[in-house]
Design a protein around this ligand. Structure first.
Ligand code: DC
Length: 226
């Protein structure tokens, strides 16, 4: 049997990054963080002083940038035109800008093409907002991971503090809510749950519990496809 394409969608802070990494490790699959790609475009636009409303220029930028997601022994790194931007793309400023930049259809077109190229062979776990609906509607396994905004804000806050970024909890929760709204209401590829996605609400579940549930779903799906 061919290796599967696994889509993990959901709002920010629902645990997608942690769980998609763990699931990929467990299955010996490649992990693709598509949010990191959108963040790279926003970061490069900021560095180059590009107006976030200039969708044409953003689209050209997205096509020209060389974005690489590399797996190293010390963790995943994001390289933008060869420079390590793994930390630089995670600041609250870049997060907010990414929400705007990712609404541009020209940007989405360039990145969706890249994601399809990287994922089409299967054996891959892709995390994002539109993987199961737009990028790979034919994915054999689709998860939609959610949690309440307060819980997701708290998790994101703890993550940022651990990385040495100075932020306030209240501000982080407000940003989660603002990004949810922007991601859900944008015209192109808004955050949507695929009809055939397995929905997991992680508000009261720990990482192990969610991972176990996901692995179980993958096992069942493999049996169905045999
Ligand atoms: O998952 P993340 O927080 O790193 O995503 C950053 C931003 O990129 C977020 O505002 C949503 C957007 N995004 C998107 O529009 N489509 C994706 N497939 C992944 C992320």
């Amino acid at each position: 049997m061919n290796e599967l394409i696994i889509a993990i969608d959901g709002p920010s802070g629902a645990g997608k990054s942690t769980l998609s990494k763990l699931l990929a490790q467990q299955l010996n699959y490649v992990h693709l963080d598509t949010g990191a790609m959108y963040r790279c475009v926003a970061f490069a636009a900021m560095e180059q002083g590009i107006d976030p409303d200039d969708q044409e220029r953003l689209g050209t930028l997205a096509q020209q940038l060389k974005i690489e997601l590399v797996h190293t022994l010390s963790g995943d790194r994001v390289l933008l035109d060869g420079s390590d931007v793994s930390t630089a793309i995670r600041t609250p400023e870049v997060s907010l800008l990414t929400s705007r930049v990712s609404a541009a259809p020209q940007v989405r077109k360039a990145l969706v093409a890249l994601q399809r190229r990287l994922g089409e062979a299967g054996g891959v776990v892709l995390e994002g907002r539109d993987i199961g609906t737009v990028v790979f509607p034919q994915a054999q396994v689709k998860f939609f991971l959610s949690a309440t905004a307060a819980e997701r804000g708290q998790r994101r806050y703890a993550e940022l503090v651990a990385k040495g970024v100075t932020v306030s909890l209240q501000q982080t929760i407000s940003e989660v809510v603002a990004r949810d709204l922007a991601d859900s209401e944008r015209e192109h590829a808004p955050l949507l749950q695929a009809d055939d996605a397995v929905v997991i609400d992680s508000t009261n579940l720990n990482i192990d519990q969610v991972l176990t549930a996901m692995v179980e779903v993958v096992k069942l799906r493999r049996q169905e496809l045999k």
